[in-house]
Design a protein around this ligand. Structure first.
Ligand code: DC
Length: 230
């Protein structure tokens, strides 16, 4: 008789444009795991700051308000949700205004402490196992994760993915996307508190020359190998 695999916690970190979200969701769906998008949580708290008139570049003001919004993440990978004070925030958190402000807000230690605690409690409740994607999951949030994966890709590949499929698009857009991505990476990698970083024990997967399907396949194989050895 086949026994169900033990619940597994998988941390998937890396910069934007590496296929992290698409891969994490697809892998979780395939393997029947829950899924947590931690970037969405930082975006949600950023959106709350913006809509409540907090100056996102005033770290003291952001820290003072960090405990106020109630952020709830739905962890079904087929239909992940996020609410702030009971309001669906899944659309507003993807606006350019939020993208431009999220690095500043997520660099504030009190914001990180609050969101990290939330992430740990969600992962602790994931009885069927979970894929948690972000920037500092393997290093800080879940240093004991069963498997840590760090996705990378060249800046060109990441900018091209972010811009959508290129046909017919002018290169000004691509250049601007690449510059914005690199700026956000630089901010996320250089902040003092839990920066974007590869954990020493993470498996690095360079997705530059891989299709999304190939990345998914690679991550599924890594997880299944880990499940067998658990
Ligand atoms: O993955 P994303 O682009 O939606 O993430 C948005 C921002 O949130 C990213 O620029 C940095 C921040 N973030 C973070 O600081 N730590 C995480 N674990 C996830 C995201």
């Amino acid at each position: 008789m086949e026994t169900a695999p033990a619940p597994i916690v998988v941390a998937i970190d890396g910069p934007s444009g590496t296929g992290k979200s698409s891969t994490s969701k697809a892998v979780a769906v395939k393997l029947g795991l829950s899924y947590l998008d931690t970037g969405a949580q930082y975006r949600a708290i950023t959106w709350w700051m913006l809509t409540n008139g907090i100056d996102v570049h005033d770290a003291a003001a952001v820290a003072a308000a960090a405990g106020k919004p109630a952020i709830v993440s739905g962890t079904d990978p087929a239909a992940p949700t996020i609410t702030v004070d009971g309001v669906d925030a899944s659309g507003p958190i993807r606006t350019q205004e939020v993208t431009d402000a999220v690095s500043a807000v997520s660099a504030v230690p009190r914001v990180r402490a609050r969101i990290t605690e939330l992430q740990r409690s969600i992962a602790a409740d994931a009885t069927r196992g979970m894929v948690v994607e972000g920037r500092d999951i393997g290093t800080t949030v879940l240093p004991d994760a069963d498997l840590k994966i760090f996705l990378t890709a060249s800046p060109e590949a990441r900018a091209a993915r972010r811009n959508g499929e290129l046909a017919g698009k002018d290169t000004t857009g691509l250049t601007a996307t690449r510059a914005a991505l690199l700026k956000r990476d630089q901010a996320d990698s250089s902040r003092k508190t839990s920066p974007l970083a590869k954990a020493d024990d993470a498996v690095e997967v360079d997705t530059t020359d891989l299709t999304l399907e190939q990345v998914i396949e690679c991550v599924v194989t890594l997880i299944e190998e880990k499940q067998r050895s658990k």
